[in-house]
Design a protein around this ligand. Structure first.
Ligand code: FES
Length: 98
């Protein structure tokens, strides 16, 4: 990883078959009052469960509507959630394994 471009590292982490690898990305953003703040987001694949995103994010649906999510967001990986793209816990009922 030493000397590699950030995008190359992110791509390699995304290829991890076990989901054991993850990364955190930090960047500066200007807030409404024009001050700079660190924005940090990390992603974790939960064994037999959802994809967890830690940080403040904006989720845009297929119609372009935006939903702000703060701190922790669980995205469905099993495909059975009744509240897609978010996890509603159904993965436990169906015995999702991955
Ligand atoms: S991962 Fe939880 S409902 Fe699909």
């Amino acid at each position: 990883m030493d000397g590699a471009e950030a995008d190359a590292i992110k791509h390699q982490v995304s290829q991890c078959p076990s989901g054991a690898l993850s990364y955190t990305e930090s960047r500066k953003e200007k807030t409404a009052d024009n001050t700079e703040t660190d924005v940090t987001t990390s992603v974790e694949v939960m064994r037999n469960g959802p994809l967890m995103v830690y940080g403040n994010i904006v989720v845009k649906d297929g119609k372009g509507n935006e939903l702000k999510k703060n701190k922790v967001t669980a995205f469905c990986r099993c495909g059975a959630s009744s509240n897609k793209p978010f996890c509603d816990g159904t993965h436990m009922k169906i015995g999702f394994k991955d």
